[in-house]
Design a protein around this ligand. Structure first.
Ligand code: C2E
Ligand code: MG
Ligand code: MG
Ligand code: MG
Length: 287
């Protein structure tokens, strides 16, 4: 019976440790949300946008970028964007975050346009953004204010984001389309991958998820999935982008499969706007 008591004690201890760990994780998240809220309001913001080039495989040129948010917290550490974007979604801060992103990206595009650099730039959205009443208004007002063409903006939504509130999402996307914005399905192939959605929604681009691309050069199944997804996209009149291209073998395969765009570390990691322009000016076609 001493052994039984010891075991029960141990279990309790374990439960207590476990709860303590949970509490710590919880407190950490609360603290992070608070800090992120101030980051969004701060004039000297610890948030900034990075840009990653997309290679036009047909022309060998760079004519598109993806904008990706970065946050350096008070301890000087980069916080994982997937993590804090997820927290912002749960804390009701995503609409504010996305407005911040839209404003900064559009200002950057305007500045680039004036300097003679013309890119089409992708902005990542969350499901809540596209459902928000003022979303289209805010986007439109901002492009008009900075005299940027709607056609210079692509909006990336994942399959999961498109699955919520389908009627409303369809209405919003159709409205955005008529205004000239382009729509991309991000992380294609890992979510619901509903073909019905490709049929009913006004989509311009499919972005094949990086899980199929990272190992493309080594995996026959990935090659089958990617080549047939490209064919499907083209049949539907869509542009197809591969993200997560890390080596020249994968890029060569994508070219063989007639993929339209390649994005990944093999070309460049996401970098600040200044670094992107330095990189772009030095860029020698690799294809
Ligand atoms: P995503 O939209 O699918 O973005 C692509 C992610 O793949 C980026 O991660 C990018 O850095 C990474 N990536 C690009 N090329 C390669 C490669 O060759 N190899 C590998 N291993 N990774 C590559 P990041 O920047 O950490 O962003 C993660 C996710 O966070 C994004 O996935 C997106 O869902 C979200 N996110 C980032 N910025 C924003 C934003 O401004 N707004 C919203 N709503 N979400 C954002
Ligand atoms: Mg994306
Ligand atoms: Mg993606
Ligand atoms: Mg994603």
């Amino acid at each position: 019976s001493t052994m039984a008591v010891a075991a029960a004690d141990k279990e309790q201890l374990f439960v207590r440790y476990y709860q303590q760990g949970e509490d710590e994780a919880y407190l950490y998240k609360i603290r992070l949300i608070d800090e992120f809220k101030s980051a969004l309001e701060s004039e000297n913001s610890p948030l900034f946008m990075n840009y990653q080039p997309k290679l036009n495989i047909n022309t060998g040129k760079i004519d598109k970028l993806e904008a990706l948010i970065r946050w350096i917290n008070s301890e000087g550490q980069f916080v994982n964007p997937e993590m804090f974007v997820g927290l912002a979604e749960k804390a009701g801060l995503i609409v504010t975050l996305t407005r911040w992103v839209i404003l900064h990206v559009i200002q950057q595009i305007a500045q680039w346009n004036q300097a003679g650099y013309r890119f089409q730039v992708s902005i990542n959205l969350s499901a809540q953004d596209i459902q928000h009443e003022q979303f289209v208004d805010y986007l439109l007002t901002t492009v008009e204010k900075y005299e940027v063409e709607a056609t210079q903006i692509t909006l990336e939504l994942t399959e999961r984001d498109l699955a919520e509130n389908e009627g409303l999402v369809a209405t919003r996307l159709n409205h955005l389309k008529t205004l000239g914005f382009e729509i991309s399905v991000d992380d294609y192939g890992i979510g619901q991958s509903s073909l019905a959605k490709l049929k009913s929604l006004p989509v311009d681009e499919l972005k094949i998820d990086k899980c199929f691309i990272l190992t493309l050069d080594q995996c026959a199944k990935d090659q089958d999935i990617v080549s047939s997804t490209i064919l499907l996209g083209h049949k539907l009149g869509l542009r197809v982008v591969a993200e997560g291209v890390e080596n020249k073998e994968s890029l060569a395969l994508l070219k063989e499969f007639n993929c339209d765009y390649a994005q990944g570390y093999y070309l460049s990691k996401p970098v600040t706007a200044d670094k992107l322009i330095q990189w772009y000016d030095d860029y020698e076609p690799i294809i």
